[in-house]
Write a protein that binds this ligand. Structure first.
Ligand code: M5T
Ligand code: MG
Length: 598
């Protein structure tokens, strides 16, 4: 995991390095902190003579004036403390900043990758889960760095430093101290795995909570329309209870663990005091040394117990980061082949060859589709709901690849073309027009990044959208969505059509472009749609057959099979499914013949 994270810290390398060096210096100074107390007891009050280096450094320490000695000791304590705090503060600041930067970098890359993943991936994953991974799990880098690596490194330094110093003061006592170490390891091992499991469970239940909120908020209309608020609330409460339980279990284990570790420290301390006390009695040890020793003992036992905490942090950070890297590592199913090259010019001839497609195994949605569309032709796709019309169109955009067979654009397999380039060649008006929460102008502008406002307005005029946009409070600058204006279905559809006008692509997919419009607006728009379709290979899907009468080719899908194709007149003459559908739409009127004639 660390090696993987290496690729994310180029932006923060200097800070990491500076922070690391400062922490090492800070730890060295920290190790000097117990000594002034010994000086006070042995050199100021006692009759010991300080070593030469100390005498040179602080000459007034062991002089005849004890009050001066006390002063020197106090100043030394303060100076050391100030140095330790100051160095540690700057060091931690650098490391925290570095950690935050790495988190950000990881988030950006994960989210970028998420947007590139194919629809097949997004169909399978819950938005809330991806959200939790990008927003929260990525923060594990910070806890890994500052909650585990930094404490482990500094504690290792303290551990080694204090053992060396203790050995020099009194080897026997050091051995007594170290005898407690195995007890610590037993405790750490005993709790480690449990803590790990419990923290994983906790994060999983938290992630499930995010998913639930996200899902219910995105279907808020349905929830309120069916008055499901109470039910949704209940479900959420149940889930929070699960998360709460997981949290309780985790906290309980942590507290029991801390208590056991604390107890082990006290037992060790008591044993050391026992042995050291007797050594002083026998004149084998100085009183000041006991104090220094006990100070180091505290320094020694604390790292041992923090090691296990850090181990816990590593475990859960590892689990969380793995969830983030799962996103980064997912390979988009739809991606460019190494030799993918855009075509120099696009005529727009499309051919489906033996195309088979399914979302789920063994549930074919399209079966054996064979279809050849000449450049500039308009093809209407009709058929009952669920027949596979939208799926057929999705294949053209390479939202998915066919499971069998191939689709060709100007005799080139779509899979041999760069995906982004291909999608630039296709203008779409989707069944469910998607608008972003930004201005109307920008929403249309997505059709052709870099378009001028004049071009955007022209496109809106051609899509019969200009009039209603002008009537909005801020015209083309009106914000949509959150904190902005919401539009009716028909208005959205017209924006979406304006987008397609602006995009001006050689191939066009219209998935029920007028389904949300009243008949009058539809009629008005049909003229502009005709204009839009002119000279473009167009696939138009429509339930209202009045829209598709003029198509060069009408195909009927039924259960994923292409059951018939032909022109309007030909199909009406035969006893076709299209004829039945068409006649049923005119039932109750005497219009079919005259409609036919127009
Ligand atoms: C065709 C199934 C759907 C239907 C069939 C989008 C989607 C569809 N399906 C999935 O299993 N997973 C999916 O993500 O595929 O669906 P369609 O192509 O959307 O049908 P349509 O466009 O002809 O229908 P409609 O209602 O838009 O006229 O069985 O369950
Ligand atoms: Mg559809």
């Amino acid at each position: 995991m660390l090696r993987r994270l290496l690729s994310y810290w180029h932006g923060s390398r200097k800070q990491l390095l500076a922070g690391g060096v400062l922490l090492v210096i800070g730890t060295a100074v920290e190790l000097m902190q117990p000594w002034p107390i010994k000086w006070l007891i042995d050199y100021v009050f006692g009759d010991q003579t300080p070593p030469q280096w100390l005498d040179k450094l602080l000459p007034s320490l062991a002089g005849s004036d004890a009050a001066r000695g006390i002063m020197v000791v106090c100043v030394s304590i303060l100076m050391l403390a100030v140095a330790v705090r100051f160095i540690a503060m700057i060091g931690h600041f650098c490391l925290m900043r570095a950690g935050a930067q790495i988190v950000q970098e990881l988030r950006v890359r994960a989210s970028e990758h998420l947007h590139r993943l194919s629809l097949a991936y997004h169909d399978k994953t819950k938005v809330g889960d991806s959200l939790y991974r990008v927003a929260y799990d990525s923060q594990a880098v910070q806890s890994l760095l500052n909650g585990a690596i930094v404490p482990i490194v500094t504690n290792c330094l303290i551990l080694v430093g204090s053992v060396i110093i203790m050995m020099r003061i009194n080897p026997l006592l050091t051995l007594v101290t170290l005898a407690a170490a195995p007890v610590f390891f037993v405790i750490i091992r005993g709790f480690g795995k449990r803590l790990d499991n419990q923290s994983r469970q906790y994060h999983e239940s938290e992630s499930a909570l995010t998913t639930t909120i996200q899902e219910s908020l995105s279907s808020i209309r349905a929830i309120q329309a069916f008055t499901l608020e109470t039910l949704t609330g209940k479900r959420f409460r149940q889930q929070t209870r699960q998360s709460l339980d997981a949290n309780h279990r985790m906290i309980r284990t942590q507290l029991i663990y801390a208590a056991c570790a604390g107890l082990a420290v006290s037992v060790g301390t008591a044993a050391v005091v026992w042995v050291a006390g007797h050594q002083v009695l026998n004149g084998k040890m100085l009183v000041g040394d006991i104090l220094v020793f006990l100070a180091y003992l505290g320094m020694l036992y604390t790292p041992m117990s923090t090691f296990s905490q850090s181990a816990g942090v590593i475990q859960s950070a590892n689990a969380q980061l793995r969830r983030v890297f799962e996103i980064v590592d997912s390979v988009p199913e739809i991606k460019d082949r190494p030799n993918a090259k855009p075509l120099a010019t696009v005529r727009g001839q499309i051919e489906f060859r033996e195309v088979q497609f399914q979302y789920e195994k063994n549930q074919p949605v399209l079966r054996d589709i064979n279809l050849k569309v000449a450049a500039g032709q308009v093809v209407a796709i009709v058929g009952r709901t669920g027949a596979g019309k939208t799926s057929l169109a999705s294949l053209l955009l390479r939202f998915y690849d066919p499971n069998n067979g191939s689709i060709l654009l100007d005799d080139h397999d779509l899979r041999d073309l760069p995906v982004a380039w291909l999608r630039q060649q296709v203008g779409v008006v989707l069944q469910d027009p998607i608008l972003f929460s930004t201005t109307i102008a920008e929403n249309i502008g997505f059709g052709h990044p870099g378009a001028s406002l004049e071009q955007i307005k022209t496109a809106a005029r051609r899509a019969q959208a200009d009039e209603f946009i002008r009537a909005l409070p801020n015209g083309y600058e009106t914000m949509l969505g959150e904190r902005g204006v919401n539009l009716s279905g028909g208005q959205r559809q017209r924006l979406s059509i304006a987008r397609a006008f602006l995009k001006n692509a050689p191939i066009l997919i219209l998935d029920e472009p007028t389904s949300a419009l009243d008949t009058q607006t539809e009629q008005a728009l049909l003229t502009s749609l005709q204009e839009l379709m002119h000279n473009r290979t167009t696939f138009i899907i429509a339930h209202r057959l009045s829209t598709v009468r003029h198509a060069d080719l009408i195909i009927t899908l039924e259960n994923g099979l292409l059951i018939e194709m032909g022109k309007h007149d030909e199909l009406l003459k035969k006893d076709s499914a299209y004829a039945k559908l068409y006649n049923s739409q005119w039932s109750g009127t005497t219009a079919p013949a005259s409609a036919h004639a127009t």
